[in-house]
Design a protein around this ligand. Sequence first.
Ligand code: ATP
Length: 263
Amino acid sequence: MTDKKPAVVLSDVTHVYVSDKGASLAVDRVCLTLAEGEFVSLVGPSGCGKTTLLSIIAGLIEPTAGHVQLFGQPVDGPSSKVGYMLQHDYLFPWRTILDNACIGLELQGKVTAEHKKNVSRMLGEMGLADVVSRYPHQLSGGMRQRAALVRTLATSPDIMLLDEPFSALDYQTKLQLEQLVLDTLRARRKSAILVTHDITEAIAMSDRVIVLDHSPGQVRREMSIYGPIREASPMKARELPGFHSLFNEIWNEFEEMEARRET
Ligand SMILES: Nc1ncnc2c1ncn2[C@@H]1O[C@H](COP(=O)(O)OP(=O)(O)OP(=O)(O)O)[C@@H](O)[C@H]1O
């Protein structure tokens, strides 16, 4: 028996955006549980509510109905338990890489010599030791995203929300970063939710893939990724037997959604 609480629980979460054009139902009664240390991906057509769900989990927007809990506690605003990594790195151009990586700690009033040493060590682990004193414009896109990852990890969040963090990168850099992020999160036993449009990325990185339907956003299908694929590196996973049939199953869900939209 274990009394460990799941990292995230969404119970019947619904969200309606209200604007001068009226009200629109973005997500509808979504239930989702993320276990501690689990990596889950959300995939689905554009506009199905993926980012809305991440914003709700991060406490940035309040759901219109339903409940969200992080480790058994209701979410009532942004929490230091949650780290958010986006497609754009949002590094400050006037700050060095080290100072950028320390910004979350600064905001939390936690910049001690020890914390700064820890951030420098993480930058080193990410292959950025030689560029800590450089400015963002002097780095490649992949290096900047690695710096953004360190900035997010520096405050030791328990849950990482990853909103298409690799989508602006070239294919080789994307594969390298997928590996780096997965190794880093596994070593630290972080729970993570990845939003991606890349079905192969979702399968290669996750313990579970959740396919969302659109209009309104609802959970359509959940697929557990079986052992060997889960345990392999994201690059090797793509070559394993069974990978393509998982891809096809998810692709078929997309085709069915598209066909329904056209009728
Ligand atoms: N601030 C907002 N005001 C009004 N409607 C919004 C707002 N943000 C999102 N929406 C709408 O809510 C729905 C879900 O948006 P969301 O960005 O969560 O979808 P998504 O699945 O992340 O999309 P994408 O894959 O294109 O990034 C869409 O119809 C979108 O137009």
